[in-house]
Write a protein that binds this ligand. Structure first.
Ligand code: BJW
Ligand code: ZN
Length: 246
């Protein structure tokens, strides 16, 4: 591991434009379940059956119960060493863009200032009728919750078949197209368009470093693969990177 870690740290220390893409795996050690694999079920429903506008239309209460459960859990979890290490990478200076698929807000809690949340944020809600958005951390007395206009409220997250927020997406593409290194942490790389970011970066000549416990759809194009837990590997990578700077 030390050898590959050193190689990765060297690549990072030479980088002039770093893009970081994170997924559910980075929050796993904080106690947040991932979406796929053995964690990817809730009451016998798969993520793909719940995170869709059709599921919400059919049964808003069911979908809200899933989000309520997750919001309750998230209310008490803390960032882990991987989130903190990435926040410190930002403070090290240089050109860094953090793109996350996560809706949990843990990067911000760890101190990351600029976070491109391409799948939205679970603490924000919006009205399906008047589109009013609001940050709301408290739980709801009744599910599904309703807006003052009478419309249904939903979490302001991106479901399957929905477009990603335009501004956030174009900023992400800018970073993906201009980075010379992409660090990919804790994502299975199966959900588009995020899954194509490492491929696009690679095609433009960037180096790809992957941190994941398992082989993924991105592993085949990674220049360096760091197999292990994000909470251990990312801080170790940061330490080695700092050493190579001094
Ligand atoms: C660890 C670890 C530890 C564990 N340390 N690692 C065919 C081709 C191309 C595209 C499509 C297609 N068919 C359909 C599409 C489009 C669709 C899509 O990609 N579908 C695929 C599943 C096939 N995409 C969309 O619909 C997107 N919109 C879009 O494309 O708009 C344009 C369009 C519109 C209409 C038609 C066509 C195009 C929107 C996608 C929205 C995804 N939303 C969700 C829910 C968000 C809200 C919420 O949180 O509830 O986003 S789904 C879920 O998956 C969530 C995640 O962000 C996302 C990605 O998951 P992630 O983060 O990778 O998690 P996991 O669980 O998959 O993986 C965890 C990884 O961590 C694993 O690898 C572990 O090994 C690892 N790990 N512990 C390090 N300690
Ligand atoms: Zn409304």
């Amino acid at each position: 591991m030390t050898d590959v870690l050193e190689t990765a740290a060297q690549i990072l220390s030479r980088s002039k434009a770093l893009a970081i893409l994170t997924g559910a795996g980075i929050s796993a050690e904080s106690g947040v379940p991932t979406f796929r694999g053995k964690d990817g079920y809730w009451q016998n429903y798969r993520t793909e059956e719940l995170a869709t506008p059709q599921a919400f239309q059919r049964n808003p209460t069911l979908v809200w119960e899933w989000y309520s459960m997750r919001r309750n859990l998230l209310a008490s979890v803390r960032p882990n060493p991987a989130h903190y290490a990435i926040a410190e990478m930002e403070r090290l200076g240089g050109n860094l863009t953090l793109i996350t698929q996560n809706v949990d807000g843990l990067h911000q809690l760890a101190g990351s200032k600029r976070v491109l949340e391409i799948h939205g944020n679970i603490w924000r809600i919006k009205c399906v009728r008047c589109n009013r958005k609001e940050e709301r951390r408290e739980s709801f007395e009744e599910l599904p919750p309703r807006c003052v206009c009478g419309g249904l409220l939903r979490p302001d997250v991106v479901w399957f078949g929905e477009m990603l927020p335009k501004d956030v997406l174009s900023e992400s593409y800018r970073a993906v197209e201009s980075c010379d290194v992409m660090l990919v942490v804790g994502t299975s790389g199966v959900v588009q368009p995020a899954a194509s970011f490492p491929y696009m970066a690679k095609e433009r000549g960037a180096r790809v470093i992957e941190v994941n416990m398992e082989r993924t759809a991105i592993s085949s194009i990674a220049d360096v693969t760091l197999r292990g837990k994000a909470g251990e590997v990312v801080p170790a990578l940061l330490e080695m990177w700092k050493q190579s700077l001094s």
